[in-house]
Write a protein that binds this ligand. Structure first.
Ligand SMILES: [Zn+2]
Length: 466
């Protein structure tokens, strides 16, 4: 029996890297990656959520003239209502913000504002701080493999830790001038993309109410870094209302997807009791079933979780994300063979979405049936090529290589995953063992050598810092 209890993330006190395995979550399609600023934070990775965010931000990115490939929306597992930009063109949204928003349109208002910070070059002004924080951010993202490697075997997905993120705080301190400029740029993007500013106003009003009612801590809250005032809202409303898009309804397909993502996010992050209160059995809508499926799975009731997912699949048999969840529940309740069909189909339907593919790879390996190992290798290789922030796949790749007796390549995969964890000593060791077993100057050998060089440099840099 695997641990299927909810893992709560400490809000204070930094779990050290070496203690990470404690934070492994072994049950959901979402991957958590701890980034750990003052309060521990984790990045949530989920195929469906990322696809939705990409589609939500795309029309705004287009009119902002930023490069769509460069803009990235990252979800943080943190119930504060917050969002910020860091690391170049990366927008961080807190799960608390998603849960607070009642529509995709509200979140698009936030996205537009954050894009305004990017195009305004507000980040560059932090210069030295940027470097630090960027380094930390990237490190955090890459670090993924950590927990995965550490938590090993059962970790359906892992939580990865990175170090301190203190420098991030600098980025939260935008000046009022920058806020105004981001507001007006955001309004322009909404307008040019033909998206109503109604959601933006609703959300700002909501924030004001929350601040007032709940006394959200000023330190990190959206309200603090984004000073809200009646004046600001009035100003924005004046701009938005004149826009032809003001009365334009939000895209119903996007809104429907948002409801699902919001539901699964609650199911994943909240105490199951909270989820079941929010989405009671009497609610037979797809988002409600979706949320309950996560809640039940999280509470170690795979049968109830499957009941909800099977119902979802009755009306949408080719929904890749329902299939993904079905496969995951089966896999994590000890039935990898039964999980294969749904996961294989989900991978096909999403054209090899790397997060889903790595789950499929995991299931193939978990069958312990050697006939699946070649397929697992192919699937996982494709996954790491497509998404280098998916260290779980590296870990699985190492497992399958080692089971096939290819120890040098198992070491190379381990080296990749150690790099991602920031465990440079281990990366040096593994990459050197890999080099010893691989023919010189082949691509794999060169890769091992690269890792070895980079790991050594990082290792020395870290030691100097201490
Ligand atoms: Zn702002």
């Amino acid at each position: 029996m695997r641990n299927t209890l909810a893992v709560s993330f400490p809000r204070t006190g930094l779990p050290v890297f070496g203690r990470l395995p404690r934070y492994i979550v072994a049950f959901l399609a979402m991957v958590s990656i701890i980034v750990q600023p003052v309060a521990a934070q984790s990045i949530l990775r989920d195929a469906e959520t990322e696809a939705l965010f990409t589609d939500m931000v795309a029309p705004l990115v287009e009119v902002s003239e930023l490069d769509a490939d460069e803009v990235d929306v990252v979800l943080l597992n943190d119930d504060q209502i917050n969002a910020f930009v860091a690391g170049g063109q990366r927008i961080y949204l807190y799960s608390g913000l998603i849960e607070t928003a009642d529509s995709a349109n509200e979140v698009q208002g936030v996205m537009a504002h954050e894009l305004g910070h990017i195009t305004g070059g507000h980040i560059i002004r932090f210069n030295e701080g940027v470097k630090t924080a960027t380094g930390i951010t990237i490190l955090s993202l890459i670090l993924g493999a950590a927990a995965i490697a550490a938590g090993a075997g059962d970790a359906g997905m892992g939580i990865l830790a990175a170090g301190q993120q203190a420098a991030m705080g600098k980025f939260l301190a935008f000046s009022r001038v920058q806020e105004r400029s981001a507001d007006s740029a955001g309004a322009r993007y909404l307008s040019e993309a033909g998206i109503s500013g109604k959601g933006s106003i609703n959300f700002f009003k909501k924030l004001q109410n929350y601040e007032f009612r709940l006394g959200i801590p000023q330190e990190d809250s959206y309200g603090r870094t984004h000073p809200l005032s009646g004046e600001r809202i009035t100003l924005l409303r004046d701009v938005y209302q004149k826009d032809p898009a003001w009365d334009k309804p939000s895209d119903p397909a996007i809104e429907a997807r948002f409801k699902r993502v919001k539901a699964k996010l609650l199911g994943f992050t909240a105490d199951p009791a909270v989820t079941l209160r929010e989405y009671p059995e009497s609610d037979q809508t797809a988002p409600a079933r979706y949320a309950r499926a996560y809640a039940w799975h999280k509470s170690a009731y795979p049968d109830r979780a499957l009941y909800e997912v099977n119902n979802l699949l009755k009306s949408a048999p080719d929904d890749p994300y329902f299939l993904e969840l079905q496969g995951q529940i089966l896999l994590e309740s000890g039935k990898p063979d039964e999980a294969l069909k749904s996961l294989r189909r989900a991978v096909q339907l999403t054209n090899n979405q790397p997060l889903i593919a790595s789950l499929f790879g995991h299931a193939l390996i978990a069958t312990e049936d050697t006939q699946y190992f070649d397929e697992a290798t192919q699937v996982l290789k494709a996954a790491v090529n497509k998404d280098n922030r998916n260290p779980f796949a590296w870990y699985q790749l190492g497992v399958v290589y080692s089971q096939q007796g290819d120890m040098p390549r198992a070491q190379l995969a381990t080296a990749e995953s150690s790099m991602l964890q920031g465990n440079y000593a281990a990366a040096i060791r593994s990459s050197q063992i890999a080099m010893a077993g691989i023919s010189e100057n082949t691509p794999d050998w060169i890769r091992a050598q690269d890792i070895s060089f980079i790991a050594k440099a990082e290792y020395e840099r870290n030691n100097k810092r201490r």
